[in-house]
Ligand binder design. Structure first.
Ligand code: HAM
Length: 418
């Protein structure tokens, strides 16, 4: 038997029910904040993703040559496709753009708990607003979603920092541009790699011991007060983060957020505030992550436009919801089961099912010859509320017997009154 590719998932109806439930919650949080849905092809030209700063994601492409010899890739993330779409209509799209999507993304990853080779990633992005209010709004969307699935700030924390913190620190040590971006990408791996490996990688890109120990000190900061002490009141990073934390207080999000200088994110394009949600027990990988990326368009050959957004995978959140006992029982969407008690009554059962469906009820019509006992058990198993029986004598009189499984009541209803 041919197996499914490693790191991919099948969604049997029960799994699909949960997936649809999750996506509806994603959609509801986006819509509650005035966002519109978009989509893009899962297949893109590889060059959309070939950035050179050593990001893991660029080494994990599901890429191949198509029959015309073009280098293609399945999308590992949505942001470059979104950037392409925005760039193509930059002159005409009314700003700010507030869009969301739930694309399937593909990364050739080492599969582990919460990480597969495909995942669905809720993306929420705002383009055309420089204001920190846009970053705060995104965090509000995340929290709206968390609350809607029954999670609280006791379960998880959104850790916030800004790329500007390290940019300022490294800038004062003469490390800028590509050196800064590469440093961020290496630092992002700190919780996954032994510290000697990280230190080696940092020295390989030219950082000396002094720079590395300064970085280590700064990354250990866990409060804005401490950050002010280290960076000084006049630091841009401090000013930006102070505004952001004040805004989050206005939204009533204080319990959900915390400053954490070790959050830098592993993608090259971030330029400002960055954030990730983590479970408070620290058992799972990042639940979601994002930040401001004001200079992505110039790296793709366009004119820059301020942008901020996040990606939120479907895998870690399902683990967390499962652990917290918050996954719903997915009820059947079927209200009625219609059964004919003999083969001759099948046409009658078909017209009854049609009539009920036309009236808006959801109906499972039993297709094969089955005993009444089987029909009862089936109705119970799929969680339908009524069993509609087409019986010889009753049908002759133009009637149908309906059993309500909740109340146990049984009554004969005439076809006309159905
Ligand atoms: P990312 O941190 O690479 O960011 O991914 C965002 C989220 O997608 C992760 O926090 C996780 O929930 C999920 N995720 C990523 N890789 C996997 C995987 N292999 N298996 C399961 N889940 C995964 C981005 O992709 C950015 N483009 C997000 C963004 C949007 N930034 C601004 N706008």
């Amino acid at each position: 038997m041919v197996e499914r590719p490693r790191g991919t998932r099948d969604f049997y109806p029960e799994d699909m029910g949960l997936r649809n439930w999750l996506f509806e919650k994603f959609r509801a949080a986006s819509i509650a904040h005035g966002f519109e849905e978009y989509d893009a092809p899962i297949l893109e030209y590889e060059e959309l993703y070939t950035r050179k700063q050593g990001e893991e994601i660029t080494q994990q492409l599901f890429n191949f040559e198509d029959k015309g010899g073009r280098k293609m890739s399945l999308r590992p993330e949505m942001t470059p496709s979104l950037a392409r779409m925005v760039m193509a209509q930059a002159k005409t799209l009314p700003l700010p753009i507030k869009w969301y999507s739930i694309p399937q993304c593909w990364r050739y990853e080492r599969t582990q708990r919460g990480r597969g080779r495909e995942h669905y990633q809720w993306n929420v992005d705002i383009w055309g607003s420089e204001s920190t209010a846009a970053d705060a709004e995104l965090i509000s969307i995340m929290v709206h979603f968390f609350k809607s699935v029954g999670l609280s700030s006791k379960n998880l924390e959104i850790r916030v920092s800004s790329r500007k913190v390290l940019e300022e620190v490294l800038g004062s040590l003469g490390i800028e541009g590509e050196g800064f971006t590469k440093t961020c990408i290496i630092i992002d791996k700190m919780d996954k790699l032994p510290s000697e490996v990280v230190v080696n990688q940092l020295s390989e890109i030219g950082l000396d011991i002094e720079a590395i120990s300064t970085i280590q000190h700064v990354l250990g900061i866990r409060s804005l007060d401490e950050l002010v002490q280290t960076m000084g009141e006049e630091s841009d990073a401090v000013a930006e983060l102070s505004v952001l934390f004040q805004m989050m207080e206005s939204y009533g999000l204080t319990d959900w957020v915390g400053f954490d200088a070790s959050i830098v994110r592993g993608l090259a394009y971030y330029t400002g505030p960055v954030f990730e949600a983590h479970d408070r027990n620290g058992e799972l990988r990042a639940i979601c992550g994002g930040g401001r990326y004001d200079r992505l368009l110039s790296s793709l050959g366009g004119n820059d436009m301020p942008a901020t957004g996040f990606g939120f995978g479907d895998m870690v959140i399902m683990e967390l919801l499962n652990e917290c006992g918050l996954l719903p029982d997915i009820a059947s969407t079927c209200e009625d089961v219609v059964v004919a008690l003999s083969e001759e009554l099948r046409p009658a059962a078909m017209s009854v099912a049609s009539k009920l469906r036309n009236k808006g009820r959801t109906v499972d019509l039993i297709l094969d010859n089955k005993k009444l006992k089987w029909a009862f058990r089936h109705t119970e198993r799929i969680g339908a509320s009524r069993l509609v029986m087409i019986m010889p004598e009753e049908w002759k009189a133009g009637k149908i017997r309906i059993k309500d499984l909740k109340t146990g009541n049984e009554e004969d209803v005439s076809f006309i009154d159905l």
